[in-house]
Design a protein around this ligand. Structure first.
Ligand SMILES: [Zn+2]
Length: 158
C-alpha cells in the first residue's frame, strides 16, 4: 500500500504532513502505532486516557493542529490513534487534526494558533474549552476518554 502522505517543510510552522493522494471522507489516512508509553504529557505526546500518554511511532506525531481539521481520531485495536478523514482531502493538501480531539487540556503548546483557518479559535485549546457546537461536529472522531471526562465533570456539578 502506498502511504499517501509525506513530510514537508512549511514556512513559519516548521513542518507538516501533506497528502500525496486524495482521500474520501471516512478513509484511514494514517494508522497509529504506539511507540512507547510516557510518564506524563510532552509536546509530541498523545493523550489516550485520563492519565495515559503515549508517543506514536512514525509521522503521526508530526501532524499539525487546525481549528478546522480534515482528519479526526479513531482508536484502533492497539489503543493507538488512527487518523480518519472528516473532510475529503486533495493531493497536496496538508493533513490536520484538532489537538482538542486528543487532549483534554493543552499544556505544552504556545497559546497562539497559526492554523490560518477562518474558523480559527485564535489559540490552541483542549477539549475542555471546546464549544458544544464544535464537540458535536467532532462527534465520533475524538479520543473516547474525553467523553468520559465530560460525563464525570457533569456529574460533579450536579
Ligand atoms: Zn486555529
Amino acid at each position: 500500500m502506498v502511504a499517501g502522505f509525506e513530510l514537508r517543510e512549511i514556512s513559519k510552522k516548521g513542518e507538516g504532513i501533506f497528502a500525496t493522494k486524495s482521500f474520501m471522507i471516512g478513509d484511514i489516512v494514517m494508522i497509529g502505532v504506539i511507540e512507547k508509553r510516557l510518564n506524563g504529557n510532552h509536546s509530541h505526546a498523545s493523550q489516550i486516557g485520563k492519565n495515559e500518554y503515549v508517543l506514536h511511532a512514525g509521522m503521526i506525531a508530526k501532524v499539525n493542529h487546525s481549528c478546522s481539521p480534515n482528519c479526526g481520531i479513531s482508536v484502533n485495536e492497539t489503543g493507538a490513534h488512527d487518523y480518519v478523514t472528516i473532510k475529503s482531502i486533495s493531493i497536496g493538501e496538508e493533513i490536520t487534526f484538532d489537538y482538542a480531539m486528543r487532549n483534554y487540556s493543552i499544556d505544552c503548546f504556545p497559546d497562539k494558533c497559526i492554523c490560518g483557518s477562518i474558523e480559527c479559535r485564535g489559540k490552541i485549546t483542549g477539549w475542555r474549552e471546546l464549544s458544544n457546537e464544535k464537540k458535536k461536529v467532532y462527534e465520533g472522531f475524538v479520543a473516547p476518554y474525553l467523553l468520559e471526562l465530560d460525563a464525570a465533570s457533569y456529574l460533579h456539578k450536579m
